[in-house]
Design a protein around this ligand. Structure first.
Ligand code: HEC
Ligand code: HEC
Length: 174
């Protein structure tokens, strides 16, 4: 026969385990979300500081393209190069084909000297591509909060370092 004392002890033990488990799997507000601060206000929430490349153009290391024909990230310091204005686009000063080869910068690709509407090749960079930083951005050196599992597959061996959008733009379209 199981004694009453044993039954009481066993039920006390199971209550203890049950509540113990419940406590360990509950979260307080600060633990919710990725930012780990209170969720009803912004007072204690501060963004992580950005840390952009300080390496001068000409000395930086190019960043592999995120996927085939992705706009490459800007690997060098852009201090003093922005804003891009109607009168002044310093990016073009180095990246325009002809100059780029001399300063060892990647020249703007064929797609930038092309009018997508008329399908005509242009003598200079298309106005639609004038504002370089609308598509090309510097990369801040911060740890991502969530790991990115995406792995690009390039169809050409040099696909991580070169683009050819204009060559493949109308692939499959006839
Ligand atoms: C003084 C010349 C110079 C200026 C001005 C300049 N760049 Fe560059 N850029 C380079 C060079 C050189 C490289 C190659 C990496 C290196 O050597 O630092 C490069 C690399 C890049 C790349 C990477 C290309 C690739 O193939 O991965 C991008 C994108 C880029 N620059 C965009 C810009 C933008 C946008 C601006 C204007 C805000 C700009 N650059 C201004 C010289 C320059
Ligand atoms: C509308 C978006 C857009 C704008 C604006 C833009 N680019 Fe690009 N850029 C791209 C994309 C997308 C690619 C990659 C695909 C390709 O070849 O067009 C690219 C590729 C490049 C490359 C790499 C070329 C290669 O051979 O690998 C350079 C260098 C570049 N752009 C410079 C510039 C400069 C300098 C400007 C401003 C004058 C500029 N881009 C404006 C979208 C843009």
């Amino acid at each position: 026969m199981v004694s009453t004392k044993t039954i009481i002890a066993a039920s006390l033990l199971s209550i203890f385990i049950a509540t113990g488990c419940a406590v360990s799997s509950s979260y307080n507000e600060e633990e919710l979300g990725l930012r780990k601060t209170e969720i009803y206000g912004e007072k204690t929430t501060t963004g992580e500081l950005t840390s952009y490349s300080k390496v001068a153009a000409g000395e930086s290391k190019m960043i592999p393209r995120a996927f085939e024909n992705a706009p490459p990230m800007i690997p060098h310091d852009v201090e003093g190069m922005l804003d891009i204005t109607k009168e002044n686009n310093s990016c073009l000063g180095c990246h325009v084909p002809g100059v780029a080869e001399v300063v060892k910068a990647t020249p703007t690709p064929k797609s930038h000297l092309y009018d997508m509407r008329t399908g005509k090749t242009l003598a200079e960079v298309s106005q639609a591509r004038y504002n370089c930083t609308a598509c090309h951005a510097p990369q801040s050196n911060n740890e991502p909060l969530v790991k990115n599992e995406f792995a690009p597959e390039y169809r050409k061996v040099d696909g991580a370092a070169k683009s050819n959008l204009l060559d493949s733009l109308n692939e499959g379209v006839k």
